[in-house]
Design a protein around this ligand. Structure first.
Ligand code: BES
Ligand code: ZN
Ligand code: ZN
Length: 496
């Protein structure tokens, strides 16, 4: 999709559809919209009077051949209450409008920004919303939905004075949304098309193209490094594991600045291993690499956005298979850090591979750690598919992260992780065990296990099991992978 910014009068824009938005208030026909209303001899006021145009969130009002406009259609999207309007609302409006029009075979659209919204932040959110909405999971369909995709988007309603800020927002929004779609593409891949080896090849290609340093650890190097926890998961099947290390280094390294470590779980398929999962719904476990894909997407965006801090991304990847050589419940493994782990359930494999990923990221010099993982079904019980779970060992760092999640419009909720939960994973025959002792709090137990490998470093754990995949389409996003946490992480790293 081509996106451009236009300062010429919007009424003279020839396009398939002009989109704008109205607020839910006594008179939704105000400002720019009242200009349109006047040109159309009061049509919009009449629609408002009859109750067809209310401004309620994501209400769609489509008008064909609108008087006074060169556009073939006018689409007004409800923006909800003006006091509650944020860039997150605008992102959804842009996405929902695009998907609504795309379903009607529209090819070009123009988005008319409202008064006072022609800023960098709002423009970025329109670009992000539109590009994410244009993504379809139809790579393997012979008849593509994407043939219907929108070709051009013109952002309009900007003055000459707004242009520079608008262009900046547009370019940043494009970089971020394209990175998000890159991650979503990876997450969509089935496990026969995306093994750890293939994922590593794709990560390497992305990094080289983006100008990032990259190193792929193969099974031999992984064994040399004594990543026993990762290897214990990988031994269950024939596909060898990989660890991807992608590094961004800024031109000027400030002494004392943090080095951010981004660690992502990339289990390309999780059968559960010997503690095998039920057949029903198991196909979804192809998305058990969403954390890793998201971290790679973050790096892709950072390569262009050039933050001031160094970022080391470590993605451990394996399948979790129940082959004859698989680890068995009760097996004891030694992680790279030297800690011994009693594997009571082979389906709690994400925390095992993260244990070694995190230890390695620290060894490479990361001072502040963030991991993202589709770690537990328990986080879905706690927060459904609405909020991602956030666990943090350092409150100021966690607060900074949560502020970024707000700014990026991604819903996240902080969960507790105090020392009382340490009991749950205390080992009987080894240092720790990989599941809790059946007292509930499954998402917290998972986080507590990972914490064991973070030492004194400030650390944040994101459990995205409930939010990385949409079972149903949203008005602004296709069903399937969401790319959740990418925007928040990019915002956070850029804020240093
Ligand atoms: N990959 C799963 C978690 C998951 C569940 C992701 C649902 C996406 C949707 C993870 O490896 C797992 O199996 N966790 C177990 C842990 C348990 C054995 C302690 C779980 O949540 O059941
Ligand atoms: Zn599992
Ligand atoms: Zn898993």
């Amino acid at each position: 999709m081509q996106i451009s910014l236009e300062t010429k009068p919007y009424a003279a824009l020839g396009t398939d559809a002009l989109v704008s938005y109205v607020f839910e208030e006594a008179d939704p026909v105000q400002g720019r919209i009242s200009e349109l209303d006047q040109a159309a001899n009061g049509l919009l006021r009449n629609l408002a009077k009859s109750g067809e145009l209310t401004g309620k969130t994501l209400e769609m009002t489509l008008i064909h051949a609108p008087a006074g406009l060169k556009a073939a259609r006018l689409l007004l999207v409800g923006a909800g209450k003006r006091e509650q309007f944020t860039s997150a609302t605008l992102r959804k409006i842009a996405g929902a409008a695009l998907r609504y029009l795309k379903a009607r075979s529209v090819k070009q659209l123009a988005f008319l920004i409202r008064e006072n919204n022609a800023t960098e932040e709002f423009t970025q959110s329109i670009a992000e919303g539109a590009l994410a909405a244009n993504f379809e999971s139809d790579k393997y369909k012979t008849e593509k939905k994407n043939d219907k995709s929108i070709d051009t988007l013109v952002l309009t309603g900007y003055s000459d004075a707004d242009r520079a800020a608008g262009e900046k927002g547009l370019s940043r929004g494009r970089i971020i949304a394209e990175a998000q779609n890159f991650a979503r593409d990876l997450i969509n891949e089935p496990s026969n098309k995306l093994t750890p080896k293939i994922l590593a090849e794709k990560a390497e290609a992305m990094a080289k193209q983006a100008g990032l340093a990259v190193e792929i650890l193969d099974e031999k190097k992984i064994a040399d490094l004594k990543m026993g926890a990762l290897l214990s998961v990988a031994q269950g099947g024939p596909e060898p594991p990989r660890v991807m290390v992608v590094t961004y280094t800024p031109a000027h390294l400030k002494p004392g600045a943090p080095v951010i470590g981004l660690i992502g779980k990339a289990v390309t398929f999780d059968t559960g291993g010997i503690s095998i999962k039920p057949a029903d719904g198991m196909e979804k476990m192809k998305y058990d690499m969403a954390g890793g894909a998201t971290m790679l997407g973050v790096m892709r965006a950072l390569a262009v956005l050039k933050p001031n801090v160094k970022v080391i991304c470590v993605v451990p990847s394996t399948e979790n298979m129940p082959g004859g050589t698989a680890q068995k419940p009760g097996d004891i493994q030694t992680a790279m850090s030297g800690k011994t782990i009693e594997v009571l359930n082979t389906d709690a494999e994400g925390r095992l591979i993260l244990a070694d990923g995190i230890h390695y990221a620290k060894q490479l010099g990361a001072t502040h750690l963030i991991d993202a993982a589709t770690l537990t079904g328990a986080i879905v019980v706690a927060l459904a598919n609405v909020n991602a779970g956030v666990f943090g060992s350092d409150q100021p760092f966690t607060d900074k992260f949560l502020a970024s999640s707000k700014a990026a419009g991604e819903k996240m909720w902080q969960m507790p992780i105090d020392d009382d939960y340490r009991e749950f994973i205390k080992g009987t025959v080894a240092d720790i065990q990989n599941i809790g002792s059946g007292k509930g709090g499954g998402a917290i137990t998972g986080a507590m296990f990972i914490k064991e490998f973070t030492g004194d470093s400030p650390w944040i754990h994101l459990d995205i099991a409930g939010t990385a995949w949409n079972d149903d389409a949203k008005p602004w996003l296709a069903k399937g992978p969401t790319g959740v946490a990418l925007r928040t992480l990019v915002h956070l790293v850029m804020s240093y």
